[in-house]
Design a protein around this ligand. Structure first.
Ligand code: CAO
Length: 416
């Protein structure tokens, strides 16, 4: 069966992570994604953090699967001409250059719209248009700080902390993918393309929605009952860092299991779901707490929640994180082992579902990547290796109508 996005042609003018994560996902779902890269060097991630000399780095291969690579110097007149032809024939152009770079190249929104009124132009920037920081170049951790994630992550006695999850990069790319698909559906109704813009700050903030909820609650009542600061600690006028506390109405914490002294990940996350109090007591062998008024409501437990966690840790002392979860799941308690990346790479369920998948690369051989987290009933997502730099240059030029002599001329002008 043809893939849902088959026939959609995308000029992928992206680099590093935010843009490539977006176009990679669209390529997985069948779009024809042509990555445009500078001749000679290409996407900077090809050579960043290499583990094998002279071979595309994993940073690149894991974000650029299922794409074609066209080298093109879009600052040269010959290169601009090729890009113009591509724009005329494509549906979407995605870019995440620094602010103003596309305009400086001569490809303003107005110019692209003139070349192809059906074209959707999708951009990632650090900050949104008109923002007082709109001129800033931005990387992942900068966005996490700008979007409110860092000030609310970590422990209260430590500095603002960034997450290892790519909230600024891949998350922004996923927002952009939604924007592009929305614009494509819109174009089906109006026949017109449009500009889709997503900022990294906004995308981080969109994931920090509950922290803005907490700021407003704090402003009104002066405390936040689900934070470890309550009721024994102090609140200021800003949302504090809550360590590993649960962000909703269910208290939770990371708890030590057997072996934590030597294994940095011998922990589980344990959630005390209000209506699961009786099963929790049964699982822990603390049946006397079930009816005890000092324990049997969420409010009664609040001031001794860390004493309760200490009792659970005592119970966990002789159990590995996997043994503990195997017991707790029978009591319907929301919990998980803290998984290391090594454990995730070997996890049989993640392998079976294709979320962790092995891909072949022409020069690197086999490597692991994260496959599609989105599963379909009728669409199989196959992940193919990332392209070598310029691997599809001649093929793409031929598809644009360039004959072999013209292709050779572009090569000798170093425009491709
Ligand atoms: N041919 C010719 N020139 C090319 C080209 C090509 N194929 N591809 C890129 N270039 C040029 C651009 O036109 C630009 O030139 P000018 O600055 O002279 O106009 C130049 O390369 C550099 O582009 P850049 O500003 O995007 O690159 P940078 O390394 O300085 O900055 C980054 C990188 C990521 C900080 C910046 O691109 C950015 O802020 N992007 C938006 C936010 C974003 O996506 N960040 C996430 C990155 S993932 O962590």
């Amino acid at each position: 069966m043809s893939k849902p996005l088959a026939g959609i042609k995308i000029i992928d003018f992206t680099h590093v992570q935010a843009g490539p994560a977006c176009t990679q996902m669209l390529a997985w779902f069948g779009a024809d994604v042509i990555k445009v890269e500078r001749p000679g060097s290409g996407d900077v991630t090809r050579s960043q953090l290499r583990d094998i000399p002279d071979v595309d780095a994993l940073y690149f291969t894991m974000l650029n699967s299922n794409k074609k690579s066209l080298t093109l110097d879009t600052k040269k007149p010959e290169g601009k001409e090729v890009l113009e032809k591509l724009i005329r024939e494509s549906d979407v152009l995605v870019e995440n250059f620094g602010p103003g770079a596309l305009d400086r190249m001569g490809f303003t929104w107005e110019r692209i719209n003139e070349l192809n009124p059906k074209m959707i132009v999708a951009s990632v920037k650090g900050f949104s248009d008109g923002h007082h920081y709109e001129d800033l170049k931005v990387y992942e951790n900068v966005a996490q700080c700008a979007g409110g994630a860092a000030s609310t992550t970590g422990f209260w006695d430590g500095p603002p902390t960034v997450s290892s999850a790519a909230l600024g990069d891949t998350n922004t790319g996923m927002h952009l993918a939604i924007g592009i698909l929305t614009a494509l559906i819109g174009r089906g109704k109006t026949g017109k393309g449009q500009k889709v813009a997503v900022s990294m700050q906004d995308s981080v903030l969109n994931l920090c929605r509950v922290k803005l909820r907490d700021q407003q609650r704090l402003d009104r009542i002066g405390y936040l009952e689900e934070y470890p600061q309550y009721p024994h600690g102090k609140f200021t006028d800003v949302v504090p860092r809550g360590g590993n506390a649960g962000g909703g109405g269910q208290p939770g914490w990371v708890l030590k299991c057997k072996g934590w002294e030597t294994d940095p990940n011998a922990y589980i996350y344990f959630t005390i779901q209000g209506h699961a109090w009786a099963p929790i007591c049964k699982a822990l062998g603390k049946e006397e707490w079930i009816e005890d008024k000092a324990y049997n409501t969420a409010t009664a437990r609040q001031d001794k929640i860390f004493d309760i966690f200490a009792v659970i840790e005592e119970w966990l002392k002789d159990k590995t994180k996997f043994e503990a979860v195997d017991i707790l799941r029978k009591f319907d308690i929301p919990c998980s082992p803290v998984m290391s990346m090594k454990e995730i790479a070997a996890d049989p369920s993640l392998r079976a579902s294709g979320t962790i998948t092995e891909v072949d690369h022409k020069e690197r051989g086999k490597y692991l990547t994260v496959g599609s987290p989105i599963k379909f009933s009728d669409t199989t997502v196959e992940i193919t290796g990332s392209p070598l730099l310029g691997e599809h240059t001649d093929e793409v030029l031929a598809s644009l109508g360039y004959n072999p002599e013209q292709v050779a001329a572009l090569h000798s002008a170093q425009a491709v």
